[in-house]
Design a protein around this ligand. Structure first.
Ligand code: TMP
Ligand code: ASP
Length: 251
């Protein structure tokens, strides 16, 4: 690693590791090849997934930045490593749904693929021990994770991310069905998009085919044992690369 020297491991999640670096206001994120689903009940190693998710996330974070959406991203370090600003991540999974899929179809009488306009924003409590439950307004108030003003800010930012990504993906024939983001506060108190944005965290359907299985280019291929997981992430990467400038190298 040339631009940064690694310090101690700060956090290890299911798909990433976060390390301190010799620079106080920079941390390094390693994207792992580990794939998990259903709260890690299902696990696999998918060679190349870490690099693809890191590269896709870098391109998408830079796209958001150009559109005025603040993120934690600083630049790439290695193919599967990026430099980011240290952030106090709010333990909320912010999900936006443009079409019905996944848990929504299991919990409501709505057919998969139904357009949702205006998009639906769902907040989940990010805690594996509780299985990341969907929150009600009353429970969110009770948890006291964010003030009413911060919640407003967070939802506005998530809708901006949706508009910006939906447009980019549409330009490369990908339908952004839904996605999850995580947000956090930097040392100076600003709210930024953190974590990753990749086929692990978005549902993306290929608009070049109507086949309901072939069109899936995201982690549902792994969740549903559809095969061709890394190949599909590779296709997403190729298209996003075609729609964005090269990501920058940190340092
Ligand atoms: P869901 O349909 O399972 O609620 O998922 C909604 C979106 O959130 C989908 O794009 C996948 C993403 N997601 C994550 O990134 N992490 C998770 O742990 C879950 C459950 C969903
Ligand atoms: N990310 C979650 C897990 O690792 C669930 C999912 O994405 O389906 O279990």
């Amino acid at each position: 690693m040339t631009a940064v020297s690694l310090g101690s491991l700060l956090y290890e999640g299911k798909a990433k590791r976060v390390f301190q670096t010799s620079t106080a206001d920079v941390v390094a994120v390693e994207f792992k090849d580990d794939a998990t689903a259903f709260n890690a009940l299902k696990k696999a190693q998918l060679e190349g997934k870490g690099t693809l998710n890191c590269q896709i996330s870098a391109l998408l974070f830079e796209h958001l930045e150009r559109q005025g959406v603040p993120t934690h991203y600083l630049g790439l370090i290695e193919p599967n490593w990026m430099a980011v600003r240290p952030v106090r991540v709010i333990p909320l999974e912010v999900v936006i749904r443009n079409r019905a899929a996944g848990s929504l179809c299991k919990q409501m009488p709505i057919a998969a693929g139904t357009l949702i306009d205006p998009p639906l924003l769902d907040l989940y409590y990010k805690d594996d021990a509780f299985g990341d439950p969907l929150l009600t307004d009353a429970r969110l108030d009770r948890l006291q994770l964010v003030t009413a003003e911060q919640r407003q800010q967070l939802e506005t930012l998530a809708h901006q991310v949706n508009l910006s990504l939906k447009e980019l993906f549409a330009s490369i024939d990908l339908d952004l069905v839904d996605f999850k983001i995580e947000l956090g506060f930097t040392a100076d108190g600003s709210l930024v998009v953190a974590d990753e944005i990749s086929p692990d965290t978005c549902r993306l359907w290929d608009q070049r085919t109507t086949d309901p299985t072939a069109r899936i280019l995201d982690k549902d291929r792994f969740r549903q044992d559809l095969g061709q997981v890394v190949e599909s992430y590779g296709e997403v990467h190729k298209r996003v690369q075609g729609g964005c400038p090269q990501p920058r190298i940190y340092g």
